[in-house]
Design a protein around this ligand. Structure first.
Ligand code: ADP
Ligand code: MG
Length: 740
């Protein structure tokens, strides 16, 4: 019997015979060296700088990194010269400014060191200017109308906070210079520039607030970020046979397997050997690049995993998360695996997020009481300070919850938010029982003691460290949970460039810190003590942000009802979430903080909306092609073979009615799918036609488009479950998620 499934079966045979590719750690004289001996070997980080730069140059560079300042142009030539020699000694031939256009990915254009001297002899050159700035022909990156395409000029400029590193791929080594990407008039064309601006404004405002409460000598307040990355690893053979995974990153058809994740046996289980070898190699590549990966484990869904680094300065953590995603994709291939970083590769199975653990920390020359501003400490002063900054975060998140939702509005996350596995589309903050009590007592005015000192005693604020980290299931359902010494922004999507959501969070918090500072200044003049004033201001902020605090189960239906009563936004679809970027509140926030001009803000809205439309159109077209070229032909083949069998049997005088019935049943399913497929084609045609009005087009696609995709899928999945296995061309969920 002729079948059309030969590639699927061949892949199955190949996969079952596949041996793990073992990973071995770097060795010295036959002994495996500890990670610390070679950590960061492919970066020109502090260790290399100190070893190779003249002392005064090193000091200047280190200071500018520490304080987030621009590089002195007078030291650039020396730094460039030393970096060039280091790179060449490592076999590097080219350099590139490595930047983050608004595509979600990174971009690079390589230039050779090769040049000719005056006498025409070949030499390697790399100037200070080339290190600091470059002008790629970057006219094709999305700018959301910010830059007319004929004004192609965009500049990239080194961000020295993030170390230069050597990329190794296909036996080629090139030098990457982490950079920002700006237009001719300084407009931010990338994701990094606004993030850096938000770091600067937050630092300035937090420093002012700190000095107001007596913490002087602060050089800078940095934000810290530890990014937990979730992903799936499936066999590359299966991936190659699924046009939907290749084109859209997620499966557009596929019947659920009898066993999904209900046994909960995958979470924290033993990592399969093939995967373990792959992840260990990913870690090694990342260690060479100075990315401090520290945890790895199985996630809830079958074939789902997570890795997380030790937290770093946000500016660096964002770059490092890009490296994590890129290295993961690359190294997986070496192991015959495909990393799926999409938010929801498999319907009905848990999706992937990227928990952004975030806090603020003091950089100071003098010894202060602790440095993490969101960590309760040992002294009453530190605890009061903690409450003040906590109040600022809650105030900012409450006021700009809609913007935070916009920050996680990417196509893939739409399938994840609100499903019963991930935080809902409603932004709320979780504090835990102990801390909630303190916050509520302050908000309710239980601080009305004769002095702040007494009030603190009354509240038990002096003993805050004993406020235990509340790690119940409840906090796992929260999109923004306080977990002891940092907030965990859990609703961020696994594939996202986190620069954008982190920038929005920092903008919101910076604005709140500014407002709190202004209020505190007023209060201090009339209050008995600074501490009294601080409590008063914190009380106000806690009170006004009450609605955004939620300790219950975010997955429950009751929460949706209650959130509505509280006046919280529940923005389920991407287009409506993105509209939050166009509100008055958003405009005034960015004007106040100076992070984005009106035009820059508007361009972010347009870039994201266009991206959503493009992603969805790709999905619609891919689905149609799969139905036409794979699903329906498979059904035709199956029905044809039944008909052939029935004919032969009838000729032999056998009762073939049951076979005819089976063929008729399949034929009915085919008719349903054909009907839905015709509707799909109409929806696609209409959607394509609406390109003059992006907002209306997005609205149509997110409603009618998403609905027809679901209907086509249902019809296709019914066929998958009805036709003979050897006729089915697409790797099934069972095969992809449960490797044998
Ligand atoms: P938990 O189990 O409470 O989530 P972990 O210690 O496992 O906490 O940390 C999870 C992530 O949070 C790690 O990447 C870690 O480095 C990061 N993290 C811890 N403290 C901070 C902090 N102060 N700021 C930012 N990230 C942090
Ligand atoms: Mg976590």
């Amino acid at each position: 019997m002729a079948t059309n499934n030969s590639s699927r079966m061949a892949v199955m045979r190949e996969i079952t015979n596949r041996a793990p590719r073992l990973t071995s750690r770097p060795e010295e004289n036959g002994v495996q060296s500890p990670t610390s001996a070679w950590f960061g070997m492919n970066t020109f980080g502090l260790r290399q700088m100190r070893a190779k730069l003249p002392k005064d140059v090193y000091k200047k560079l280190a200071a500018s990194i520490r304080l987030g300042k621009k590089l002195d142009s007078d030291i650039a030539p020396v730094v460039a010269q030393v970096i060039k020699e280091w790179a060449i000694s490592r076999g590097v031939t080219h350099f590139t400014h490595w930047f983050q256009p608004q595509t979600g990915l990174t971009a690079e254009k390589h230039d050779a060191f090769l040049n000719f001297d005056e006498s025409g002899l070949p030499i390697e050159t790399f100037t200070g200017e080339q290190l600091i700035q470059s002008e790629p022909d970057a006219s094709s990156f999305p700018s959301g109308g910010l830059r007319a395409t004929w004004e192609a000029r965009g500049y990239t400029a080194w961000n020295p906070a993030s170390p230069v590193f050597i990329s190794e791929t296909g036996g080629v080594k090139y030098l990457c210079i982490p950079s920002v990407f700006i237009g001719y008039n300084g407009e931010a064309l990338d994701e990094m520039t606004p993030l850096l601006r938000s770091c600067d404004v937050l630092s300035a405002r937090a420093t002012e607030l700190l000095s107001l409460i007596g913490d002087t000598g602060v050089l800078r307040v940095i934000t810290t970020l530890g990014v937990e990355q979730e992903f799936f690893l499936i066999d590359r053979g299966h991936f190659a046979l699924r046009p939907d995974l290749v084109m859209a990153g997620r499966s557009l058809v596929g019947a659920p397997p009898p066993r999904g994740q209900q046994l909960e046996d995958h979470y924290f289980g033993g990592i399969p050997e093939r995967v373990q070898a792959c992840i260990a190699e990913v870690e090694q590549e990342l260690y060479k690049l100075g990315v401090p990966i520290c945890t790895r484990h199985n996630e809830v869904a079958p074939s789902q995993f997570e890795m997380a680094p030790i937290f770093e300065d946000s500016e660096v953590a964002v770059d490092h998360n890009h490296l994590v995603m890129a290295i993961l994709r690359k190294v997986a291939l070496r192991h015959g695996l495909q990393a799926l970083i999409h938010e929801k590769p498999f319907a009905g199975i848990n999706g992937s997020g990227k928990h952004c653990n975030w806090s603020m920390a003091i950089v100071a020359d003098n010894a202060l009481d602790g440095t993490n501003l969101l960590k309760p400490g040992k002294t009453p002063h530190q605890n009061l300070r903690f409450l003040l900054f906590l109040a600022a975060v809650l105030k900012g998140v409450h006021k700009h919850a809609g913007l935070l939702r916009a920050g996680i509005a990417v196509t893939g996350n739409e399938h994840r938010l609100g499903a019963n596995e991930a935080p809902p589309a409603i932004i709320s903050a979780f504090l835990g029982k102990g801390l909630t009590q303190v916050v509520e007592d302050i908000a309710a005015g239980k601080t009305s003691a004769s002095s702040a000192e007494q009030a603190m005693l009354k509240l038990g604020v002096a003993k805050l460290p004993e406020v235990e980290q509340d790690n119940t299931d409840r906090n796992r359902t929260s999109p923004f949970a306080f977990t002891g010494a940092k907030f965990e922004f859990r609703a961020v999507g696994s594939s996202q460039n986190i620069a954008f959501p982190v920038m929005l969070l920092q903008a919101a918090v910076a604005e709140a810190i500014g407002e709190i500072t202004a209020e505190l200044k007023k209060e201090i003049s009339s209050a008995k003590s600074v501490d009294d004033a601080v409590l008063k201001v914190a009380k106000k902020a806690f009170k006004e942000s009450t609605a955004v605090r939620f300790e219950g189960n975010n997955y429950s239906d009751e929460w949706v009802v209650e959130a509505k009563q509280r006046g919280l936004l529940n923005l389920r679809r991407t287009p409506e979430a993105l509209e939050q970027l166009t509100t008055k509140g958003a405009k005034s926030l960015f004007k106040d903080t100076g992070i984005l001009t009106d035009v820059e803000l508007e361009s972010r809205y347009h870039v994201r909306l266009e991206r959503y439309i493009k992603d969805m159109l790709i999905e619609l077209h891919t689905l149609q092609q799969m139905v036409d070229t794979q699903v329906l032909p498979a059904a035709y083949g199956y029905i044809g073979s039944l008909a052939g069998t029935a004919g032969q049997g009838a000729a032999a005088g056998i009762n073939m009615q049951p076979i005819v019935d089976a063929a008729n049943a399949a034929s009915k399913l085919v008719a349903t799918l054909q009907k839905k497929r015709a509707e799909l084609a109409k929806v696609i045609a209409k959607a394509e036609h609406m390109h003059d009005d992006a907002a209306a087009q997005a609205q149509y696609i997110t409603s009618t488009g998403a609905e027809i995709m679901a209907e086509v899928r249902e019809a296709s999945d019914a066929l998958e479950m009805s036709i003979g296995d050897e006729h089915w061309p697409l790797p099934r969920y069972r095969e992809m998620l449960f490797p044998v």
